[in-house]
Every structure is written in structure tokens, then in C-alpha cells.
Write a protein that binds this ligand. Structure first.
Ligand code: SIN
Length: 284
């Protein structure tokens, strides 16, 4: 196995490994180190069944089941601990979440008190490259380090509510109401800056922009601060772009990156299976 650093603010590609086989302890540790340091690890040419995806993911901790989706029942009935990300509709019913539109910048499930530490996304079917559907990741350690002094001061000691009501494609999750006043947004409240418990490094912790609210501020002040932080954090200089091929598997550090996905041609098929690994920390 070889680890190649990508020419971007984050990301590493790991080659010469078959993730469908049981992994050696030394390989698991090397993957975990690359994931901690480069935040996104990319494997190409994998072909994992659901049980193999579960076995690979479980090397890094206990699996965290998907959050509520708009339809109120798991997409993957045989393996409800896995999520399906897809635009495909069969017998009049979507087989997966998020459709074919843009998935806006977000981190996964930060609307819970202890969000998952990692997500693993395995591409089974992807559109041709010209059809769209690229996924972008942004490094929140780099974004915090480069914050202008006034914004660094503004975020110090502040916390924000992370909206649970809608997914990153803007769909209302089953059982939630529309947010009409951000001061009443339902979801966990986390500090705007996370300190990595192992290294002491600080990262912006923004979660998702829609319906966010900075506790204690007037709504207009909260909106202005969040707009400034999101404009800063999502600059291309902090980001990498992944152009998918079938067989790709990406594992990202959910507490240290944001991600977003381009829309893609609705006439094409995109099918991905995904696991999440439970977090072990309250954000602080
Ligand atoms: C996601 O936000 O987890 C989905 C990313 C993608 O569809 O590429």
C-alpha cells in the first residue's frame, strides 16, 4: 500500500490495497493516520459488497446509522446501518437520498450532540464526467488558521445551532417542520470553533448554513457573521474536488471538513452506498 498526498489543501490517495480483504493492523493504522492528517482519503478501483463496506468501515469504529430521510424508512433494508445516495427511482420510489440536485456545503449530522467522526462513500454507478456530480471537500483547520483577525475574534466563545430539519439537498426530513425563525431552529448547538482533542489544533465547525443561528446575537448579526464565515470557509484555496469513477471509495474526517456535491444530469444514474463511523467527542 502506498499513500500519495494530493496537490490540494487536503486529501491523499491510497493505492495498492484491496479493501474487500481483511486488512492488516498496520494498514488500518496507516489509513487512519492519513485520514487524520489529510482529512480525506481516496481509494480507486474497489468493488465492495455491502457486508465488505461494513467490514472495512468497522475497522475505524462503531457504525452510526443514517439520520432521518424524507421518506421515513431506511433505503437499504437489508443493511439499515448503510445509507444510499442516489437519484434512481424504481417503481415510483427513490432508492436513495439527495436526488440529482446540488448538495450544499455541509458536514454530516452535526445537528446531533455527538456527530459522526467519519463517513465512507463507495461509488457503485456514476454519470459520465461531463454530466456533473463532482464532490468537493474543504479543510476547516486551514480555514480557521487563515481567518482574518476580526472574524477570529468574532467566533471566539460563540456557538451556533445546526439545523436538523432539512438534508443537504434542501429536502424536509420526515417528522420535522419548516423553520420560520432561526432562533427556534431544532438541532444541536456547537461551538463555532472545534479544538481537536489529540492535537489541540483549532478548526471552524460550521455544519450547515441554512437555518443556522449564532446563540445570543440578534438575527441580523447572526446572519452577517455566518455569511462572512461561510464565504471564507468555502474558498477554493481550502478545497479539493473529486471527480468520481465507479469503484471509488472516499473516507472523510467529518469533524474537520465541509463537503458539497455538484448537481448532475437527471437522465444519468448515480448510486453510492455509504457508512458513517460514530464520533467519540462532544465538540469543544
Ligand atoms: C453527501 O453529501 O454525503 C453526498 C455526496 C455525494 O453525493 O457525492
Amino acid at each position: 500500500m502506498e499513500i500519495r498526498t494530493l496537490d490540494a489543501a487536503l486529501g491523499a490517495e491510497i493505492v495498492d490495497i484491496d479493501l474487500g480483504q481483511p486488512l492488516r493492523r498496520t494498514d488500518i493504522e496507516a489509513i487512519e493516520t492519513a485520514w487524520r492528517e489529510r482529512l480525506v482519503v481516496v481509494f480507486r478501483g474497489q468493488s465492495l459488497s455491502d457486508p465488505q463496506l461494513i467490514a472495512f468501515s468497522s475497522n475505524f469504529g462503531e457504525l452510526d446509522p443514517p439520520g432521518p430521510n424524507p421518506y421515513g424508512e431506511p433505503f437499504n433494508k437489508a443493511h439499515p446501518e448503510l445509507n444510499v445516495i442516489s437519484n434512481v427511482v424504481e417503481n415510483g420510489r427513490p432508492i436513495g437520498n439527495l436526488g440529482d440536485g446540488e448538495a450544499v456545503w455541509h458536514a454530516d449530522m452535526t445537528y446531533v450532540e455527538v456527530p459522526p467522526k467519519a463517513a465512507v462513500l463507495h461509488a457503485l454507478e456514476v454519470p459520465p464526467p461531463e454530466a456533473g456530480g463532482n464532490t468537493y471537500f474543504a479543510n476547516m483547520f486551514a480555514a480557521y488558521a487563515a481567518l482574518p483577525a476580526d472574524l477570529k475574534k468574532a467566533v471566539d466563545g460563540k456557538a451556533a445551532t445546526h439545523d436538523a430539519s432539512r438534508n443537504s439537498a434542501g429536502m424536509l426530513r420526515k417528522g420535522y417542520n419548516d423553520v420560520t425563525d432561526v432562533r427556534e431552529t431544532v438541532g444541536a448547538r456547537h461551538p463555532l470553533v472545534r479544538t481537536d482533542p489529540r492535537t489541540g489544533r483549532r478548526a471552524l465547525f460550521l455544519g450547515r448554513r441554512p437555518n443556522a443561528y449564532v446563540a445570543g446575537l440578534a438575527v441580523a448579526e447572526s446572519e452577517a457573521l455566518l455569511d462572512a464565515l461561510w464565504a471564507h470557509a468555502t474558498q477554493p484555496r481550502f478545497a479539493m474536488c473529486h471527480e468520481w469513477k465507479a469503484g471509488d471509495l472516499l473516507m472523510w474526517n467529518n469533524l474537520s471538513v465541509l463537503h458539497r456535491r455538484d448537481p448532475f444530469d437527471p437522465k444519468t444514474r448515480r448510486v453510492m452506498h455509504r457508512s458513517q463511523i460514530k464520533g467519540e467527542e462532544r465538540i469543544g
